[in-house]
Ligand binder design. Structure first.
Ligand SMILES: [Zn+2]
Length: 109
């Protein structure tokens, strides 16, 4: 009804709690690399990082639909997560590569 529960998640970089849609989901792939889950539907253990400031603002203002908005992780949060080894903790695994590869959902064209 009127009060829909907004799912909240914590950024593993800066520890800010935000609505899930203001965060970028990252997952660990089979090669031990972290990839950005643009669709939000990749399987596997996920962790969350803030989106870029511009994207968060766009989401908050409802400027674009979620689907239209490209997902990027905030570089500062990404760096912090790497320094704190938050990725290793989040995924309970040794991360081989911290560089994020953007995963584009496009099928066909
Ligand atoms: Zn953050």
């Amino acid at each position: 009804m009127s009060l829909k529960k907004i799912p909240l998640r914590t950024c593993i970089g800066c520890s800010t709690i935000r609505p899930k849609r203001e965060l970028a989901r990252v997952v660990l792939d089979q090669t031990g690399s972290i990839i950005l889950d643009v669709s939000g539907r990749l399987s596997g253990r996920g962790a969350y990082l803030c989106r870029t400031d511009g994207e968060i603002e766009a989401v908050q203002k409802g400027l674009k639909k979620k689907e239209d908005l490209k997902v990027h992780a905030n570089p500062a949060c990404l760096e912090k997560a790497g320094q704190k080894r938050a990725f290793n903790k989040a995924f309970r695994s040794k991360i081989k590569k911290i560089g994020i590869v953007t995963y584009e959902k496009k099928e066909g064209k």
